[in-house]
Design a protein around this ligand. Structure first.
Ligand code: GLA
Length: 610
């Protein structure tokens, strides 16, 4: 089997034995190994999330995984993508980009095995850890628990998604060898009944392959996160020998597995770009493999939090995740092998057959500038397709029926002509405040800002709020977004609000170049650029001349940009571009310094720590 590599990626040079031609009928937990039809099988897997990669590039990434020596691809499944509204399931996701089954078929087609981690909670730096926004509209529901108001929709989703996966299991001739129950549950709860219901639901949906759990390497977490009959695995990125020994103490028999070998890390807005030492990561991988353990490298290829899909952490301070999920992984965000790829491949080659591969010249992307022309104001666009809705009291975003992105609030202030202090109980997550159309400032959750002094206490108060990503880890998962009341002016409750739904994806698709005359330059506004390409190509869109906002190319949501950094370029997957004319839409919420869309030849993910 030989294929020609396009430039910048590894090329397979020699044929290698066909991968397990015979249909496998059994995948089992042995005394100290996994068994494939009774023979020892070591899983050397890499995480690759179909929902973070353009479908046109799935096959390329999977091939690269095989060239690094992996025999398995692991993916989570985000519940919020596949059930966008209660009871409304979609196999391919809202815009057809999230076809899990098509992805698993490609994995199979490329001769790889698959591990599926369907949640219901996945963490993964993904919006809400995969929990749909609609699920927790009732604030009293306890997520990831035996609360029937959580369990009923969670099991309904699991039954649905596992019903799709079941025919793709290895004992039915498909690629799936393992399915995970929950995700690091021991770091969150200790309710065995909850795990039992999920397990029963999984089996009830026809899943016959071994079931696993993953937990951080602490005895308590490993115990709380699993049940007898579920195979325990661990997640870590260092001290592999000690951590595998701990896992062995907690589970005396069966294969050792590090289900998440963290070979890099993710980035938060406003912090540095994380990288890890290739030599140290390769040495850890060597330790795992030399211990005879199986591994899933997290991530083999991180990809991108396209659109509004990033999650956030909040351990006292809110930290939203950036758009890039490069993760300093063996394949970078654009699918190009890094130094880690070759180092990991050398390590794997000590323990398993690895196809011969050679690197091509690094790819450079087209570099050019395109003029940005002003388009309509965000709120004018929103007002043209939606009406303001009245509320007796300040609603959260969730109460107002918006899940993610932006919501506008307004109220009429009737106080005296002197300054007043506007305050909220909480701001989730970023509020741009206007009084009579004049921008007064920003309240930022990251800075714990909840109050602002207004120059006078009368006029139309307008607040544009952005949900910067739902928390995906820890006790704050499931919280409401938007302005959290009560709102007060000089300590007195501010009642009677209106909200305007702002569906940025939908509005961006409708943008035309004629600016609405009513917008001021200080208000959030769409901008437009057009450019031509000879053929589809990966691009790196530079946001250095812009403030804060989002971008779309030919309707594809590239994600958020922000001068807070560290990320400076947005990855534009070739699959979103086209030969001929291309149309870029930019929504700038703050200040656009440069009315130009600049594309750079290579990514700029920002300053590293060292
Ligand atoms: C844990 C979670 C993953 C991910 C990593 C960090 O291991 O299980 O989903 O959040 O941390 O990237």
């Amino acid at each position: 089997m030989v294929w020609a590599g396009s430039s910048g990626r590894p090329t397979l040079l020699f044929a290698f034995d066909a991968f397990e031609e015979a249909i496998v009928t059994r995948f089992e937990i042995g005394d100290d190994e996994f068994l494939l039809d009774g023979k020892p099988f070591r899983i050397i897997s890499g995480a690759l999330h179909y929902f973070r990669v353009h479908p046109a590039q799935w096959r390329d990434r999977i091939r690269s995984a095989r060239l690094m020596g992996l025999n398995t691809i692991e993916t989570y499944v985000p519940w919020n993508v596949h059930e966008p509204r209660p009871g409304e399931f979609t196999e391919t996701g809202p815009d057809g980009r999230f076809d899990l089954i098509a992805f698993l078929r490609i994995v199979e087609d490329e001769g790889m095995r698959a591990i599926v981690r369907p949640g219901p909670y996945i963490c993964a730096e993904w919006d809400g850890g995969g929990l749909p926004g609609w699920l927790l509209r009732d604030r009293t529901i306890r997520p990831r628990s035996s609360d029937p108001r959580f369990l009923e929709p969670a099991t309904r989703y699991l039954s649905w998604v596992l019903g799709l996966v079941a025919p793709l299991q290895v004992d039915r001739g498909g690629p799936v060898i393992l399915v995970q129950v929950e995700n690091e549950y021991g770091a969150y709860g200790d309710d065995p009944h909850y795990l039992q219901v999920l397990t029963d639901t999984t089996r009830g949906a026809g899943i016959t392959v071994p079931l696993t759990t993953v937990d951080q390497p602490s005895s308590t977490m490993i115990r709380d996160g699993s049940l007898p009959g579920l195979h325990k695995t661990a997640s870590f990125g260092s001290q592999s020998r000690e951590r595998l020994a701990l896992l062995r103490r907690e589970q005396p028999t069966g294969p050792l597995m590090c289900s998440e070998f963290w070979c890099g890390w993710f980035d938060d807005w406003g912090a540095h770009h994380h990288t890890t030492s290739t030599a140290a990561a390769a040495a850890e991988l060597d330790e795992i493999l030399s211990a005879g353990a199986s591994v899933n490298i997290y991530m083999f290829h991180g990809g991108t939090n396209f659109g509004f899909t990033n999650g956030a952490n909040d351990k006292g301070t809110y930290h939203p995740i950036v758009t890039s999920y490069d993760y300093d992984a063996p394949l970078d965000e654009a699918g190009r092998p890094t130094e880690k790829f070759w180092a990991f491949r050398d390590v794997i080659a000590k323990y398993a057959d690895v196809p011969d591969a050679a690197s091509d010249e690094p790819r450079r992307s087209p570099a050019f500038d395109a003029a940005l022309r002003p388009g309509p104001g965000l709120l004018e666009s929103a007002g043209a397709v939606s009406a303001w809705v009245e509320h007796a009291e300040l609603p959260s975003m969730d109460d107002a029926g918006r899940n993610g992105g932006f919501l506008a609030y307004r109220t009429q202030l009737t106080g005296p002509d002197r300054p007043g202090v506007l305050s909220f109980d909480d701001v989730r997550d970023r509020a741009v405040v206007f009084l009579d159309g004049v921008r007064l400032g920003v309240l930022s959750r990251e800075l714990h800002e909840r109050a602002l002094t207004l120059p006078r206490s009368h006029g139309e108060l307008l607040v544009l709020v952005e949900d910067q990503g739902r928390v995906d880890y820890g006790p704050r998962i499931g919280e409401h977004k938007g302005l959290i009341g009560p709102a007060r002016l000089d300590g007195e409750p501010l009642l009677r609000w209106q909200t305007l739904d702002v569906d940025a994806d939908r509005l961006a698709a409708q943008v035309d170049a004629s600016p609405a005359a009513t917008s001021t330059s200080a208000s959030p506004r769409f901008h437009l650029a057009e450019f031509t390409l000879d053929s589809p190509a990966d691009l790196f869109l530079d946001s250095a001349g812009w403030g804060k906002g989002n971008a779309w190319l030919n309707g594809f949501p590239l994600g958020r940009y922000w001068q807070a950094g560290p990320q400076r370029t947005l990855y534009v997957p070739a699959g979103a571009t086209q030969a001929g004319s291309n149309r870029l839409v930019v929504l700038e919420v703050d200040t656009l310094v440069s009315a130009s869309a600049r594309f750079l030849p290579a990514p700029e993910l920002g300053q590293t720590e060292f």
